[in-house]
Design a protein around this ligand. Structure first.
Ligand code: ZN
Length: 205
């Protein structure tokens, strides 16, 4: 692509670094921004910079939050003995939308994936095991996607926490968990959390 302006070229390059955005789309977006009132673009760049600079991760569950302890963890009505293990914030949002779950979460920040060079130490697993050791957690619900990486991660955590005599369960497979938890419809997802099965049973099938 030949650009008459280095400024435009730079902007197009940066926009095209976003997932699913090719050079042509990036150019269309850049030109769109140029046609917008100046303060519109300023608000966009301010929001992005603020997001990047100010965002925090909850010190208890690693959920994205504006404060040290996220709203869910800070809510005294939530059962702190019940912890749902999820991959990222999109899963938290999906499960919260069901309105059926009253426990807390633990956001791993990914799944164990040796092919991508992601091992247990790259994820928030240690802090989960520590919470279990402290004795506050009585049940862990695995809600990772039912892929090989999800299964590997569940099993790794299961092995880590099984000496501590807590309940482990998994949300019913083949009903709620497709490839992406976020796409499961709310009624189905909510029902599968309520009808979760012991993790040991999921290993046999
Ligand atoms: Zn939290």
């Amino acid at each position: 692509m030949d650009f008459s302006s280095k400024l435009l070229e730079n902007a197009v390059y940066e926009i095209s670094q976003l997932p699913g955005i090719g050079k042509r789309t990036a150019l269309r977006l850049a030109l769109h921004l140029l046609r917008q009132p100046k303060d519109q673009t300023e608000r966009l760049s301010f929001a992005l910079q603020n997001l990047r600079n100010e965002i925090k991760y909850c010190k208890n569950c690693h959920n994205i939050s504006d404060v040290d302890l996220c709203e869910i963890c800070a809510n005294p009505k939530r059962e702190e003995s019940l912890v749902c293990v999820v991959e990222d914030i999109r899963d938290v949002m999906a499960i919260e939308n069901t309105g059926q779950y009253k426990g807390l979460y633990h956001v791993l920040g990914g799944k164990i994936s040796p092919l991508d060079g992601i091992g247990p130490s790259d994820l928030n697993i240690h802090s989960l095991v520590e919470k279990v050791k402290e004795g506050v957690v009585k049940e862990i619900i695995f809600a990772l996607s039912s892929t090989m990486e999800g299964d590997t991660t569940n099993f790794y955590i299961y092995k880590q926490v099984s000496p501590f005599n807590i309940k482990t369960s998994t949300i019913a497979r083949g009903i709620a968990v497709g490839d992406e938890l976020e796409y499961a419809d709310e009624v189905t997802l909510g029902r599968s959390i309520l009808n979760r099965i012991p993790f040991e049973n999921s290993l046999k099938s």
